[in-house]
Design a protein. Structure first.
Length: 232
């Protein structure tokens, strides 16, 4: 089996916590200006045409906002316009995709312990990817954070990675939109190390943090490269 990426993979059951602080004038200006906070989730992928998606969009923010969630991985397959068919999956498992994009996970001995294998058992092309329930503030349901073509009879290898991007912007985006639609200052946060991550944001100065796990990210191709770690 192909090993996906070189980074630390997401650990199911891990508790994630981000504490975001902002000055009151920034909170007020964001609200009055129609800004929203967009979150994206990183993934390792063997396909060159995988697309990162907006994972969550939050608008109800305060001077101190805690974003909390538990890392639980879901795999999905879809044939638009039919909604994605999701199933919980663990690292090292295979998800068999059948007719109408129905999904069923099973264990496969000898597989990459950090990767999820999505197998299309039909000749029908689908879209597949991974999903996770976003931080408190959404509807609590798992939301896809990447989309990868799944050709008939083919495999796709996916690895959930504990890296999140956060961006403020006024451009209308929604969960499931391509991450390339994001236009605004963006920061990458590596959550592989346990413990809460602390971030600050000022409308005029951008992101700030003393946490070494944070990195500024450009838009367009830079953002896509930060969210899709491609295997050799």
């Amino acid at each position: 089996m192909t090993r996906i990426g070189t980074g630390v993979h997401e650990t199911d059951g891990a508790r994630r916590l981000i504490v975001l602080t902002m000055p009151e004038p920034t909170v007020r200006a964001l609200r009055e200006g129609g800004y929203a906070l967009s979150l994206c989730h990183a993934v390792g992928c063997d396909q060159r045409d995988g697309v990162p998606l907006v994972w969550a969009v939050l608008r109800d923010l305060a001077p101190t906002t805690t974003l909390a969630w538990t890392a639980e991985t879901y795999a999905y397959a879809a044939a638009p316009p039919t909604p994605p068919r999701l199933c919980p999956v663990g690292a090292g498992q295979v998800v068999a995709v059948g007719a109408d994009a129905a999904t069923a996970p099973y264990d496969r001995p000898g597989g990459d312990p950090g990767a999820v294998t999505v197998l299309n058992t039909t000749p029908t092309p689908y879209t597949c990817g991974l999903a996770q329930a976003p931080p408190v503030g959404g509807d609590g349901l798992p939301a896809p954070y990447c989309a990868v073509p799944l050709h008939g009879g083919h495999l796709v290898f996916l690895t959930p990675l504990p890296r999140i991007t956060l961006a403020f912007g006024t451009r209308p985006v929604r969960p499931g939109s391509p991450a390339g639609d994001i236009v605004g200052p963006t920061v990458l946060l590596d959550l592989a190390r346990p413990g809460p991550a602390h971030l600050g944001f000022d409308l005029h100065r951008g992101w700030s943090s003393r946490d070494a796990r944070t990195t500024p990210v450009g838009l367009g191709g830079a953002l896509a490269a930060a969210l899709i770690e491609r295997s050799a």
